[in-house]
Design a protein around this ligand. Structure first.
Ligand code: DNO
Length: 398
């Protein structure tokens, strides 16, 4: 597998020189300043690529686009869709011309990954990302005050949500809102409570079936272009894999993934296997999902979660938590080996250690939530060890 590292661009406190020291060779990045729906120009793509390759001694290349985001109108199926599909296709062509072939995206309405704590303390010091189900319920029922929300939560959880809310200060509530918004990587898409309410209202009536149709339409529009230009699109699963604030989610389990891949049955329509996102779903057998969809998996996010009975979870060590990582890695290495045997020049699956705890000197640094350097370096080093061991024992190419 190609060992990659997410870099948020020239403003990232983690530099390309730092990344080279981790042993990663592939860069995963996006043009985060470009508003959703606007074409990524050849010039902007070339500039980012040149910055990654500026020092050849670092041995880095831009290997994955994460993400080429989808405009909300496409998810809602409203507005000037033809122009948005044209823009997406044009960005794909420009990316292909710039040497990119792996393009990750997600189809989560409004939000991206969602947590309620960005610095949950670890026993020996350091911090982890955490999702508290009762705080999500408190936000939904008492801060957003979404009609009918209370009926969607189990009474015990709702009582704990009420207790949290009653004891919270305005500053606590603001902090919760900011934490929920922290998963949105772009520069243009933070919401406060009133604007989030308006956005949620724009999804009224868009149930799971409608959202699936909108995704299928998007795929029918863009996959032929991806195919023509050698791009492998790979959808990222929902994080966490459950509806949020009344918004449907459609990439949460094996059945969903099968539905996405069947919507347009092309190898250009693939999956980002995110073990942490899928791992937070109580019913998800992640190694089984990895095996079942390995032949359409073009990118892997490897991380772990420790689930709790009420739906809360803590981000765990990469090899700790609930997801058995060794069989997942075996499935990916086997799929890559089959690609190589079939003559695919791009047989290696790019993987990255996804998220990391803030450890040691990470604490207090201005890195993106979930993306400190030492915690991710620890994760990558551990995963690299598993990859090497599995490859050697199973006689698989690495
Ligand atoms: C979280 C990331 C996600 C991912 C997008 C892909 O750390 O894995 O934000 O980039 O969902 O579109």
């Amino acid at each position: 597998m190609e060992q990659t590292w997410r870099w948020f661009g020239p403003g990232d406190a983690v530099t390309l020189r730092d990344i080279a020291q981790t042993g990663a060779t592939g860069i995963v990045t996006a043009l985060h300043d470009i508003p959703y729906g606007v074409v990524w120009t050849p010039e902007a793509i070339a500039e980012r690529r040149a910055s990654i390759e500026a020092d050849p001694a670092l041995g880095l290349r831009w290997s994955v686009v994460e993400s080429l985001p989808i405009h909300e109108d496409i998810k809602r199926g409203t507005g000037r869709l033809d122009a948005l599909f044209d823009a997406y296709r044009q960005s794909l062509r420009n990316l292909a011309a710039g040497g990119l072939r792996t393009v990750c995206y997600n189809f989560m309405p409004i939000l991206d990954w969602t947590r309620t704590e960005l610095r949950a303390p670890l026993p020996g010091g350091g911090n982890a990302l955490r999702f508290n189900a009762h705080q999500i319920a408190a936000f939904d029922c008492f801060m957003l005050a979404r009609p009918d929300a209370e009926a969607e939560y189990e009474p015990g959880l709702l009582a704990r949500a009420r207790a949290w809310f009653d004891a919270s200060s305005l500053a606590d509530q603001d902090a919760l809102l900011a934490t929920i918004m922290a998963g949105l990587p772009g520069a243009y898409d933070r919401y406060d409570v009133p604007s989030l309410r308006r956005m949620l209202a724009s999804y009224d009536g868009i149930d799971k079936a409608a959202l699936r149709q909108n995704l299928a339409r998007f795929l029918r529009e863009v996959v032929p272009t991806a195919e023509e230009f050698g791009i492998r699109l790979c959808i990222h699963p929902d994080d966490p894999p459950r509806p949020m604030f009344g918004l449907s989610r459609i990439v949460s389990n094996a059945e969903d993934i099968a539905c996405v891949l069947a919507a347009v049955d092309s190898r250009a329509n693939g999956l980002t296997l995110c073990t942490g996102s899928l791992g937070a779903g109580a019913g998800n057998d992640v190694p089984e999902i990895a095996r079942r969809f390995a032949d359409r998996t073009w990118f892997a996010h490897l991380r772990n979660v420790a689930k709790e009975p009420d739906g809360s979870f803590m981000e765990a060590d990469h090899l700790g938590g609930d997801v058995p990582m060794v069989p997942v890695i075996q499935a990916l290495l086997e799929a890559a080996g089959q690609r190589r045997a079939a003559g695919d020049a791009h047989w290696r699956i790019p993987m990255r250690a996804d998220h990391g705890h803030e450890l040691l000197d990470d604490v207090g640094k201005k890195t993106h939530p979930g993306y400190p350097v030492i915690g991710r370096l620890r994760g990558l080093a551990e995963l690299r060890g598993v990859m090497s061991a599995v490859a050697e024992l199973r006689n698989l190419p690495i």
